[in-house]
Write a protein that binds this ligand. Sequence first.
Ligand SMILES: [Zn+2]
Length: 160
Amino acid sequence: MDKITSFTINHLELLPGIYVSRKDLAGDAVITTFDLRMTRPNFEPVINTGELHTMEHLGATFLRNHKTFGSKILYFGPMGCRTGFYLLLSGDYSSRDIISLVSELYEFIRDFEGEVPGAAARDCGNYLDMNLPMAKYMAGKFLDEVLYGIDDKHLIYPEN
Ligand SMILES: [Zn+2]
């Protein structure tokens, strides 16, 4: 079987950032898949499942309620390697187009107080696996170290 595109990125050179992972056509519509890479692969510890899961619940809630982008959100969820998230948008976008959206998303998580949406047995398959304080910490770290003042090294995939 062919190696799929996302396995051809050189993960040893990949920095945290916002990247266009791929673009697909569904009928005539373009779907842009973004790689929201929060930690540097194979150099930094990966994100633990509790905070990853908390960020998923908060992130999906924020994105689907967003005034401008809400109707374009197709999917938001964690990578299996636990170094970040995939975000799928309906439309043809560059990584620069969503810097403000992604910054708002992580500010929402960093500043969130209260009950995590959907963190109940009826609503989720593993509702006890949550860690809001660490989710807030990771979101703040990503904002401070990567998103505020982001440049091309964190917006365009490295050459292979
Ligand atoms: Zn859940």
